[in-house]
Write a protein that binds this ligand. Structure first.
Ligand code: TXA
Ligand code: MG
Length: 344
């Protein structure tokens, strides 16, 4: 299959790209498109055969359910049962935006979309391309992150092309994703809702709207026992390099001591505040410690850069903080590093 890469020009009328994408979706094909979080790999969400193609293209385990992307609350209600008052409040506050809700599913949603579950994950993305695609298609679009299973999520069209060239029909290139990590997921089927994946919309922001919510325990557990979101148990976001997370006081002293200055297969990821403390050739900056939003936006790009540089061993500086956005970054980093860390 030839994968077409189409650049979306926001200044022009790009309805031909969207129309072409809708034709592909109607025929059961796969279209990758930008959302505000990461690029999604879309198919007709109510068609079981199209959803199966997503699993094949990504090499994704079939018990890992897909998120349905909808354009408004009416479309959300067409696939979800028992949408509570709390859910409506959250939707009104945060949607369109980087948050996904889990509800009981209506019968029209095939089990190929939900990985066999009786619940369905739904979100309204806050992105011009994603929304116009869903509106024009006029049906929910199932879309996981558009990476090969296990690889870092894509935040640029070139990341999608690298992973899925020849396996999907079309990539709509809308530039870089603004948020950079996947949506917060909250299970609304419980009386006290549970956050099952952390993200840009934090527990505190949610509690300010609906009161107490819980966090799925396995998210904080290296054993990752049986999380509510099946996807959270898989090895994830992993570049080829072995990553060692280093936390505690003066990590540069430990890293400078460990790193071989003649070995260019080694690397360091640090913060802009600490860059000057290293002299090794491969020192990458993820952002400033004071700017968790920027760190979030850079995370997957940096993980992919490690592979582009052909690195085999990377010391990755991390720090303790109560900041929930940085904790969402750590949730991904722990998986990328297979919970391999040094505490100084
Ligand atoms: O920001 C995002 O959410 C991106 C963009 C493309 O929208 N999508 C995304 O999809 O991250 P994916 O497939 O990479 O991650 C979906 C996560 C998985 O961990 C999956 O197990 C969980 O959502 N999930 C989906 N449906 C679920 C359900 N019914 N119950 C529990 N977890 C569910
Ligand atoms: Mg994913």
């Amino acid at each position: 299959m030839e994968t077409v890469l189409a650049k979306f020009d926001f200044a022009e009328n790009n309805s031909n790209i969207i129309n072409n994408a809708v034709d592909i979706l109607k025929k059961g094909g796969l279209v990758a498109f930008k959302t505000e979080t990461v690029y999604g790999l879309g198919s007709d969400g109510l068609n079981s055969d199209s959803c199966k193609k997503i699993y094949e293209a990504k090499g994704r385990p079939s018990d890992n359910p897909l998120i349905l992307h909808v354009s408004d609350i009416k479309m959300l209600n067409s696939v979800s049962l028992n949408v509570s008052d709390k859910a409506v409040k959250l939707i009104e506050k945060f949607s369109p935006g980087p948050i996904t809700f889990i509800f009981e599913k209506k019968e029209c949603v095939p089990y190929e979309t939900t990985g066999g579950l009786n619940t369905v994950a739904v979100r309204i993305p806050d992105d011009e391309i994603a929304l116009s695609l869903i509106k024009r298609f006029d049906k929910p679009i199932a879309a996981p992150s558009a990476n090969s299973s296990g690889r870092p999520s894509p935040t640029k069209a070139s990341h999608v092309l690298f992973d899925l060239d020849g396996k999907i029909d079309l990539i709509i290139d809308g530039g870089d994703c603004q948020v950079g990590i996947e949506s917060t997921i909250i299970d609304m089927t419980k009386d006290v809702p549970i956050i099952v994946r952390p993200g840009f919309i934090t527990k505190k922001m949610i509690e300010n709207v609906i009161g107490e919510v819980l966090v799925d325990e396995p998210l904080n557990d290296e054993l990752d026992f049986k999380p509510i979101a099946p996807g959270m148990k898989y090895k994830h976001y992993a570049p080829d390099a072995n990553i060692i997370l280093v936390k505690g006081n003066n990590p540069h002293e430990y890293i400078n001591d460990k790193i071989d200055h003649t070995n260019f297969k080694m690397g360091v990821v640090t913060f802009s505040e600490s860059k000057h403390l290293y002299t090794h050739k491969n020192v990458l900056i993820i952002g400033s410690k004071n700017e968790p939003d920027a760190i979030m936006k850079n995370l997957f790009k940096i993980l992919r850069k490690l592979d582009i540089l052909g690195l085999e061993l990377v010391y990755f500086e991390v720090f303790e903080t109560l900041d929930e956005k940085y904790q969402a970054v750590l949730n991904r980093l722990n998986k990328a590093a297979s919970y391999n860390y040094i505490e100084l």
